[in-house]
Design a protein around this ligand. Sequence first.
Ligand code: ADP
Ligand code: MG
Length: 162
Amino acid sequence: MTVVLRAKTNDPGDTQMLASSLADLLVDGDLVVLSGDLGAGKTCFTQGLGRGLGITARITSPTFTLANHFKGRLELNHLDVYRLDQIEETLDLDLPELLERGVTVIEWGEQILPALPDDHLLIRLLLGSEDDERLIEFIATGPRWSERLGGLERAVEARPSC
Ligand code: ADP
Ligand code: MG
């Protein structure tokens, strides 16, 4: 099962609000893979997700630390694997253990897809035609998301579509 939903946001706050409504759907053990170029809005999206999970700490890009951990309604593991040179390096991240607890969000995660569970939500952020416009695609795969498709559609379709 693969379902693709699309939305358009017009500024960073808009992206964060969308991410925040998505956060309401998240359950322990979820994996969210964020893809998109530098500056596309992956960290911005994660900040909205964190807010939706009730996290008050400031969420910044974990490019150099690789992984940050936060506590809200659920724990949030925020990873950025941009600097990983080889997929073998993902072993150092101890992903199986991370994925057992809380929600895991991986920026640039498409680079390590073969090392990730198939059952995840992939979110692609693309630059739109205007400066602050972003096109966001949600690609839900696997059984974890099949029960939540209605909620996912409602969260996404509350937005103007592209
Ligand atoms: P990434 O983590 O993908 O490298 P960031 O989230 O760090 O990107 O940065 C995104 C940048 O784009 C921020 O400066 C943000 O203010 C800006 N921006 C402009 N419009 C949007 C939008 N619609 N959604 C998200 N970010 C946006
Ligand atoms: Mg980032």
